[in-house]
Ligand binder design. Structure first.
Ligand code: XUL
Ligand code: MN
Length: 344
């Protein structure tokens, strides 16, 4: 029995197309994914605005709300909650230079339209969380934008969202690069500073993705701890990553087991989940998998996360305390590795 509730997004089951090749599996309809997520053991679904309302550009704000009700009915049918809605600000031609921080006013207005629609959709789906993965907010050519102006534009956009609805919470999902070279808000430290600069810092927090922290050269467990200390860790995307390269979204724990253990451990030690937070798994299956393997990475990641919960339960805090008293960290480190190896 897990102490956490787990969530997943429809984009985590996909046909395998990448920048270098076409799809290798069939697309699976949304409802079928939700049904399967429930069977696998998930409690909630994460959404982009256009996951909940496909072809969102074609609708008026009122119609978007009506369309979102159809998605809510599917969630209800399978007893699934919605965790958050995130405006997809990287796909539409209007967002090719970024959204909130674009050099063009028309693009910035489009980005706000998507942000407001995301809030409307969240209301229908029964959630308060709006996630901002700021995919293209940054530069490919440094001199094309002022980092000072971009930061201010981002704060302005968040303030407008806070004004639009008094109940919503904004979670910035930080990432240092990809698809941009230099992101406006690369780490949770930056996220906390942006939060403090908004008109209501109590409603602006963070979402930590393991792979994104690693791409910034940081230990995700440490980033999680930092945001927890600030009372602002409102979401996580656990996954894994082999070093500093493209964003791999590998199954949780398959590359860096000890860091995965420490992510679960620090979440457990600090009561993550007590205010309804979910552990989100933002993982992608390998392109080599066949149709039947479409969900294998989710099954594996859940299994690993739950096994690490058990390891963290077994962690001997008395032994740890003794090692700290003796300042014998070699002994402590060996203990942790032996625990993970099943030798303890
Ligand atoms: C991108 C990423 C996204 C967000 C949702 O790296 O992690 O899937 O989690 O927009
Ligand atoms: Mn993510």
């Amino acid at each position: 029995m897990s102490r956490f509730k787990y969530s997943v997004g429809p984009w985590n089951v996909h046909s395998g197309a990448d920048s270098y090749g076409p799809p290798v599996r069939d697309e699976i309809p949304f409802e079928e994914k939700v049904k399967k997520f429930k069977e696998i053991g998930f409690d909630a679904v994460q959404f982009h605005d256009d996951d909940a309302v496909p072809n969102i550009n074609n609708y008026t704000p009122e119609q978007v709300i009506e369309e979102a009700k159809k998605t809510k009915a599917i969630l209800d049918k399978y007893g699934m909650a919605a965790e958050f809605v995130a405006p997809r600000l990287w796909f539409d031609p209007h967002t090719k230079d970024g959204g909130f921080c674009s050099n063009y006013e028309e693009d910035r207005e489009y980005a706000m339209w998507r942000a407001y629609r995301s809030i409307d959709i969240a209301k229908v789906l029964g959630c308060k969380k709006i996630v901002l993965w700021l995919a293209r907010e940054g530069t490919l050519c440094f001199e094309s934008k002022s980092p000072v102006e971009s930061t201010k534009k981002l704060i302005d956009a968040i303030n407008k969202m806070l004004d639009y609805d008094k109940d919503i919470q904004i979670l910035i999902e930080t990432k240092p690069n990809e698809p941009v070279d230099r992101s406006v808000c690369p780490t949770l430290g930056h996220c906390m500073a942006i939060s403090a600069a908004t008109k209501d810092p109590s409603r602006v927090g963070g979402l930590l993705e393991s792979a994104h922290a690693m791409l910034a050269g940081l230990d995700p467990a440490n980033e999680i701890g930092f945001a927890l200390a600030m009372g602002k860790l409102w979401g996580v995307h656990l996954n894994d990553q082999n070093g500093l390269k493209f964003d791999q979204d590998k199954s949780f724990g398959v590359e860096n087991l000890r860091t995965a253990f420490n992510q679960i451990k620090v979440l457990m030690e600090n009561g993550y989940g007590n205010n309804g937070e979910y552990i989100g798994l933002d993982v992608k299956v390998m392109r080599t998998e066949n149709q039947e393997g479409s969900y294998q990475h989710l099954i594996n990641s859940l299994k690993i996360a739950k096994a690490l919960e058990e390891k963290a339960e077994k962690f001997d805090y008395e032994f740890q305390k003794k090692c700290v008293e003796e300042r014998d960290y070699e002994k402590l480190e060996l203990y942790v590795v032996e625990l993970l190896l099943g030798l303890r």
